[in-house]
Design a protein around this ligand. Structure first.
Ligand code: ZN
Length: 497
């Protein structure tokens, strides 16, 4: 069909423009000198304009709409692509241009007001921006006319197929099963050697250790690299070019190690996707939740296991002999799995982390559904922190203002973080039946785990939805009890035995 050829050519052309913008984006976030930004913004603005025109011009709309109208007759993979293209197109063309431009300005200003509010720890400064961001998003959702509940549209944007019904059920399980368990663990205050965590660790040796981890996790250096940035992230254009960053804090060495392992999880996923999807819309990881399941699996399940450190702690000691001279591998293992009730999400441990997300999900849902007013957020936030973790933030900076997400318009994003951990536990349950994971880690053969993930999950890119993957890999639909069981088993051993 001629329209299919036109569609293929269009997708490739759009990807070429995106490729250039992405490469510049990587540069902006890693190497580019500050002084280059005004000129860079000007040039990238021009390219973005051409891209926007290409994505929205009448001939593009005609191609997408024609194929969409015949989607029932298309091959299932092409149909999936066309449905994605239609969804993206509608998002761009259904919002009136003046409102879109206005919203971009609001976001720009919201970043500034949020930073200011956070610095002064004063929610009042950010309140008007936050109100506008939620109002605009509610309005935009109305234009899409999907027939879905408004907040469900936001959730589906980050995790295909997940709605409030599913997330409510998921978080109810966590509330009933984990909140009492976390409280029990938090009551235990074992005498442990962990003051070494906060010793001074020089950047140069931290970098050497992270570089060593690249090979431990069998990441392909020929198609990837590591740099540093303030906020660690993974970047990719295709499986042939996957990059990630970590950060080096000299008074908190765990930050660089676990950020590197986390990002290596994302990066391994991207590197192992079949390049045959490169010129389609089915390239890249399939969803935020599945992506996060991979990063968290590598970071927490592998990277915080005793087997892992039994093999790699000697290397760490070699680089930091002074800091670790009286620290056994068991001490180290316990320190990397230390549980604490804390205020800041990004610093939270594996066990208390889901509590932080529950607070955000519930507040966001209520706000979007107009069950709570913006001015009530700080109080509500603090109340929930007491309920779930037994601690009350002293101010807005360590409470409702801590995350950048809402100020950037990311609404519906938070739940995918914990969903990722839960998916990871479900995949892990299946993997354990087929692989001797402890032995693989002890033998320093993580490549075998990579291959399993490649075959079952990674190779498919986004040609399969998250639910299809779960069902095909694990033989059942999403089941959060694997996550609950995983956490209870691990932390019972660490704290309650
Ligand atoms: Zn991540």
């Amino acid at each position: 069909m001629e329209t299919i050829n036109k569609f293929r050519a269009l997708v490739k052309k759009i990807k070429a423009y995106v490729y250039v913008l992405q490469l510049c984006g990587w540069d902006s976030n890693t190497e580019a000198p500050r002084g280059s930004f005004p000129r860079r913004a000007e040039m990238l603005g021009e390219i973005s304009k051409v891209l926007f025109q290409l994505q929205t011009e009448q001939s593009t709309q005609d191609v997408v709409n024609e194929l969409y109208s015949k989607r029932e007759e298309l091959d299932p993979l092409l149909r999936r692509e066309v449905e994605k293209a239609k969804k993206d197109l509608d998002k761009v063309i259904k919002i009136p241009e003046d409102e879109f431009v206005e919203y971009q300005k609001i976001i720009q200003l919201a970043q500034i007001s949020w930073q200011d509010a956070k610095e002064k720890s004063d929610f009042e400064i950010f309140k008007p921006s936050l109100q506008q961001i939620f109002d605009y998003n509610k309005k935009f959702v109305g234009y899409f006319n999907t027939g879905m509940k408004p907040y469900d549209v936001m959730l589906d944007d980050y995790e295909e197929g997940m709605t409030m019904v599913e997330f409510d059920a998921f978080f109810n399980v966590l509330r009933n099963e984990l909140v009492p368990f976390v409280k029990e663990v938090l009551k235990v205050k074992p005498e442990r050697k962990d003051d070494f965590i906060l010793a001074f660790y020089d950047k140069e040796n931290q970098e050497k250790f992270c570089d060593y981890l690249i090979d431990v996790l069998a990441f392909d250096r020929d198609r990837g690299l590591m740099k540093k940035s303030v906020h660690p992230f993974t970047w990719n254009t295709s499986p042939e070019d996957v990059r990630f960053t970590t950060r080096y804090l000299e008074n908190f060495v765990f930050s660089s190690i676990f950020a590197a392992i986390h990002e290596l999880g994302h990066a391994t996923y991207e590197q192992q996707i079949d390049p045959k999807w490169n010129d389609t819309l089915l390239n890249g990881g399939t969803s935020m939740g599945i992506h996060e399941s991979q990063s968290r699996f590598y970071e927490n399940t592998i990277g915080r296991s005793l087997e892992f450190w039994q093999v790699h702690y000697p290397k760490f000691q070699e680089l930091f002999p002074e800091q670790t001279k009286d620290v056994s591998v068991e001490d180290f293992y316990k320190a990397v799995n230390k549980v604490e009730a804390s205020f800041i999400r990004v610093e939270a441990d594996e066990l208390t982390y889901p509590m932080h997300i529950m607070v955000r999900y519930e507040i966001e849902k209520m706000l979007f559904n107009e069950e709570v007013k913006v001015e009530e957020l700080p109080t509500l936030w603090n109340k929930m922190m007491v309920e779930y973790l037994g601690i009350e933030p002293k101010n807005d900076a360590e409470g409702v203002l801590q995350d950048v997400h809402w100020s950037s318009g990311l609404i519906g994003y938070f739940p995918t973080y914990v969903l990722g951990s839960a998916y990871a536990a479900q995949f892990y349950h299946t993997m354990k039946k087929e692989l001797n994971i402890d032995e693989i880690i002890s033998n320093n053969e993580i490549k075998k785990i990579n291959l399993w993930l490649k075959e079952k999950i990674h190779q498919y890119g986004s040609s399969k939805s998250p639910r299809e993957l779960l069902l095909e890999v694990t033989g059942e639909d999403f089941n959060p009890m694997y996550y609950v069981d995983y956490l209870k088993e691990k932390y019972t051993k660490l704290y309650l035995e």
